[in-house]
Design a binder for this molecule. Structure first.
Ligand code: ACO
Length: 332
């Protein structure tokens, strides 16, 4: 065991299900329109997992691609953390299911629940294990089958969400200038606001019954306007704090990869940080809000599109139910 180390992203991967659900398709289900959804959210379409695909199937494919990109065999992975609010089952953890599917036989596996901030939280947790020398490598996953929690009769929420998975391979590195290095991270939570964004039924507080399923308590309930306000404030502050902890300024940012919930939230944050739109990564138009998956999917797409180059400063910033928020600065 050697210490201290730095944590570096050495591979990224993502998997989006094939089936596309457009705004037009949704307007056949609820009273809405392509125009309303586009102008209020920026979303044009989202991906929907097939009935046979569980969150672990999306996650396992994202992991295979991330491992491939890192040129690392699954058998070498020592830790798997899966951030999700749509686990395959209450238990065992989805991380354990993924371990079995990809053959990461020596990994320690667990799930992390922080809603849409889950991936950035999970990176920070994995980083503690790597920087302290406890483990040398980790797979950090953000994966969701959010459409399994959607009330398809509620136009306030059903237009927002989609399914998908992304993953990164993190490695402990002894050299201070390793590419993909995680320079800083911050996390925060406010448990007084749990009721603004939640799935009220199905857990121990409200176990599943025919009646509460009938009332759709097993689906996402959200106070959209309140969530919106807190998202802008918290994400902007978290971004500033992560930058300051990394000893950097707004001008140093090459690319921001924000949680993809609403284009108006993303624009407001870019505005507060004084960043032009070309420095802000957006794929919300094609995927909607995939909760913990949005950031690792976007990071993988940004890498594959050549939007991030060696030495670039990349800022990840997230917000979700809890409320929770988190930000992290990387030097690519
Ligand atoms: N189509 C047409 N009309 C609609 C739709 C729809 N799909 N949805 C709502 N409306 C109507 C409402 O009923 C309301 O009508 P009314 O004025 O007659 O009552 C009107 O549009 C305005 O509704 P608002 O809720 O005020 O709309 P707003 O501009 O706030 O947009 C939205 C709603 C998109 C949900 C926005 O508030 C938002 O993005 N909130 C934040 C979401 C978020 O960041 N979530 C965090 C992460 S999610 C997680 O952690 C799982």
């Amino acid at each position: 065991m050697s210490s201290p180390c730095v944590s570096s992203i050495v591979g990224t991967g993502s998997y989006m299900p094939e089936k596309v659900l457009t705004n037009e398709d949704l307007s056949a289900l609820v009273e809405t329109s392509d125009e309303w959804i586009r102008t209020r959210t920026g979303i044009c379409e989202r991906r929907i997992a097939s009935p046979e695909q569980a969150t672990s199937d999306l996650a396992a494919e994202a992991c295979r691609r991330a491992l491939d990109n890192a040129a690392m065999p699954a058998a070498e992975v020592e830790l798997i953390i899966c951030a999700t609010v749509t686990p395959d089952m209450f238990f065992p953890s989805t991380a354990c299911v993924v371990q079995g599917k990809i053959g990461a036989s020596k990994a320690v596996c667990f799930d992390l629940s922080a809603a849409c901030s889950g991936f950035v939280y999970a990176m920070q947790v994995a980083r503690q294990f790597l920087n302290s020398g406890v483990y040398r490598s980790a797979l950090v996953i953000g994966a969701e089958k959010l459409t399994s929690l959607v009330n398809w009769k509620d136009r306030n929420t059903c237009v927002l969400f989609g399914d998908g998975a992304g993953a990164v391979v993190l490695k402990a590195d002894d050299s201070a200038d390793a590419p993909g290095r995680v320079l800083s991270a911050v996390m925060g939570s406010d448990g007084t606001l749990v009721n603004l964004l939640k799935v009220p039924g199905g857990g121990s507080a409200c176990p599943t019954t025919a009646e509460n399923v009938e009332q759709r308590l097993n689906t996402v309930h959200m106070e959209g306007r309140e969530t919106f306000k807190h998202a802008v404030t918290r994400m902007s502050a978290a971004a500033e704090e992560a930058l300051s902890r990394a000893g950097l300024k707004r001008e140093d940012i090459s690319l921001v990869i924000p949680h993809q919930a609403n284009l108006r939230i993303i624009d407001a944050i870019a505005d507060r940080l004084g960043l032009p739109s070309e420095k802000v990564f957006v794929n919300l138009d094609r995927y909607g809000n995939t909760s913990a998956a949005t950031i690792p999917v976007a990071l993988d797409e940004a890498r594959r599109q050549g939007r991030i180059k060696r030495g670039d400063i990349v800022l990840l910033v997230a917000f979700g139910g809890g409320f929770t928020w988190a930000a992290s600065v990387l030097r690519w």
